[in-house]
Design a protein around this ligand. Structure first.
Ligand SMILES: Cc1cc2nc3c(=O)[nH]c(=O)nc-3n(C[C@H](O)[C@H](O)[C@H](O)COP(=O)(O)OP(=O)(O)OC[C@H]3O[C@@H](n4cnc5c(N)ncnc54)[C@H](O)[C@@H]3O)c2cc1C
Length: 276
């Protein structure tokens, strides 16, 4: 079968928002709930959608954002530092009787990165800006099984996958995380909907690859979506594409960050020696 994921475009909008709530879902993942009138019209329909999150300059505290040009591109100001990172809009709640809210989950990995440093100090009332998502790629129709591979940074996206696919799709999630404290991350509806294997790195290296191999043959109507540290995805993708011979459209592997790289460009191939 062909795995066709419909792409929807959204008008690109930069929104200045305020932190409405901060909550540690697990010790290493902080949920920041953003609010503000500019959230009106926010749209995100795909499990792998991403926002550009614009952060205040840690040196000055000034939050600079690009402007959206008439042809829908982001243009940076010449005279200001724009600091941006990619994040998943985990859950959007439009204004009903209350205010509109957008949850973004930040992995706290220390002060080396401005996003992690900002999130670790975030307080109600702080300002943050977001751009996008400028498009959404929907899950492929016609699948009967979904295999998700994720680390902490891709748990928001995994949540969206699990909630977006139909009840007739069996979901297996192989989640390679730092330690067992992350295992409380999902809400009950998500945990109940998927066959989840938590694979703490404290239990040893290579557990995700072992778990993927132990699933055995991958069916023709199974879709595989993997995201996380780019280098860790390389052997998994090689196994699926080269050893099992799965076609490119059956496997999505997206590097969300790379050890030692600041602000990884997720459009870059995870394995430059094998860009397909
Ligand atoms: C499409 C997409 C969606 C994403 N969604 C999310 C999300 O919802 N939540 C989320 O937390 N992240 C998400 N990420 C990953 C996030 O963009 C990166 O982790 C980003 O580098 C964090 O920025 P930073 O300023 O904290 O660190 P940077 O300034 O980019 O990096 C500084 C240093 O920290 C290291 N580093 C970066 N991230 C991590 C990490 N998670 N653990 C350990 N070391 C790290 C880098 O290798 C580098 O050495 C997503 C990425 C993409 C491409």
């Amino acid at each position: 079968m062909q795995f066709i994921r419909e792409k929807l475009r959204h008008p690109l909008v930069v929104r200045r928002l305020r932190v409405g709530a901060v909550h540690d879902v697990v010790p290493s993942i902080r949920r920041v709930t953003l609010t503000g009138e500019e959230l009106a019209g926010f749209t995100s329909l795909g499990p792998g959608d991403h926002l550009k999150v614009f952060l205040p300059d840690p040196a000055t505290g000034v939050l600079s954002t690009p402007i959206v040009t008439p042809d829908g591109a982001l243009q940076r100001p010449d005279d200001a530092v724009v600091i941006q990172r990619d994040f998943t809009p985990r859950e959007y709640r439009p204004a009903g009787n209350g205010r509109a809210e957008l949850d973004v989950d930040f992995v706290l990995h220390g002060d080396a990165g401005p996003a992690s440093a900002w999130a670790s100090r975030a307080q109600v009332g702080d300002e943050l800006a977001i751009g996008g998502p400028k498009g959404s790629k929907l899950p492929p129709p016609g699948i009967d099984r979904l295999i998700l591979v994720a680390d902490e940074t891709a748990l928001p996206s995994a949540t969206r996958w699990i909630r977006l696919v139909g009840d007739d799709v069996a979901v297996t999630a192989l989640l390679g995380v730092a330690d067992a404290t992350v295992e409380d991350y999902f809400e009950d509806d998500v945990a109940a909907r998927a066959d989840i294997e938590w694979l703490p790195r404290t239990d040893g290296p290579g557990l995700v690859e072992d778990a993927l191999r132990s699933l055995g043959p991958i069916g023709e109507r199974t879709y595989v979506a993997m995201a996380g540290e780019a280098g860790s995805l390389v052997p998994l993708r090689r196994y699926l594409r080269r050893e099992l011979g799965l076609p490119a459209d059956q496997v999505a592997a997206t590097g969300y960050w790379r050890q030692g790289v600041v602000n990884l460009d997720h459009h870059a191939p995870i394995d430059p020696t094998d860009p397909d």
